[in-house]
Write a protein that binds this ligand. Sequence first.
Ligand code: ADP
Ligand code: GN1
Ligand code: MG
Length: 380
Amino acid sequence: MENIISNFNIEGEMINCEEINTGIINSTYIVSMKQQDGTIMKYLLQKINAKVFNEPSILMKNIENITNYLEMQMRKNHDDVHQVLKVIHTKNGKSLCNIKKESGERDYYRVYKYIDGAISYDDSKDRNVIYYTGKAFGNFQKLLKDYPIKRLTETIKDFHDTEKRYNKLMDDIIIDSEDRVNEVAPEIVFLLKHEEYYSLIMDELGTPAIPLRVTHNDTKVNNVLMNKDASDFLAVIDLDTVMPGSMLFDYGDGVRSTASTAKEDEVDLSKISLDLDLFEAYTDGYLSEMAEYLTYEEVNLMADAIRIITLELAIRFLNDYINGDTYFKTDYEKHNLNRARNQIALVKDIELKMDYMKNYVQECYEKHIKSKKGNSRRRK
Ligand code: ADP
Ligand code: GN1
Ligand code: MG
């Protein structure tokens, strides 16, 4: 690690390097550097998963464009509370350092400034934390609402094209390369029965009804850093999947990942449901930032989006299982299958609560629109 760090424009002597094991894609390390005056500076070193992101330099270009723009917006708004990820360059001015391995393949590393004084919750059920998670991602989209979207590259093609992901699953079921299809018949039947939902968002994406926006695409609680007493968010992190897309996937994934009563790989399916209190908290936080910029159709589809993204994750986990676990990191043989079953159980519960959620989204949207109108009348 010392070798890798020495390529970056960082001062001091490396005294510690600790791996963080929360993500299931990249490898992440907190690196502590002792300065000449004895103080310690921390950095975040990441090895980018090149199997998932096959053009790391394009990905870094996206991240630098977005972080520079966000910094500019925050300066304009005199926001000195929230922070933006800061990319540290290599000694020759690059955002990535690549190291050739014996196999001839390359590993790609990047470094961010470590954001200190923050708490990263991996699995919080605290209403406040979830409210500020929704608010952080809403604020992120709001600050980027006028960003020239053509400047952004799709780092993973068709990332949230649920229908394409479903079609790929169907193709791979026929190939059955690992001889695992036999044991997953009930899951396949469940996904077949939900075909009508897969193209609901994508069919209209890019039209005025569902406009292309800058989206984060991984709106989990651990991708927001909170302040110490969870009375505000500090920063939105993990910008690898920032791409043009629909706010519906970001919102839906935010609720899916934060409001489930169980972890994504819980095997006791009776423990899995959607916590309506947390759903409300996330929705309230998100709409407090974004309500006034959303279209009628977007608001209308928000609750459906929670079901669609959960189905998408079930499809992705099941597909990875059938293909021999090549994408998501797994700890044991049926890890991806258990994740798929978990997401299917969550869909079943979401369906029971759909009417309630639709009503709540509408009420909450109206509440925020009214309060914005009230504020702008008072300003006049
Ligand atoms: P992954 O793509 O594997 O999820 P992340 O970029 O989200 O990787 O980083 C993993 C964890 O590292 C985060 O959940 C957070 O706890 C911590 N982290 C990431 N970036 C920073 C940062 N700049 N400052 C402090 N902590 C960070
Ligand atoms: C992956 O980066 P990480 O581990 O937070 C995945 C997301 C999934 C998530 C499910 C690039 O996220 O799409 O929702 O796992 N990221 C990528 O836990 O595929
Ligand atoms: Mg992450």
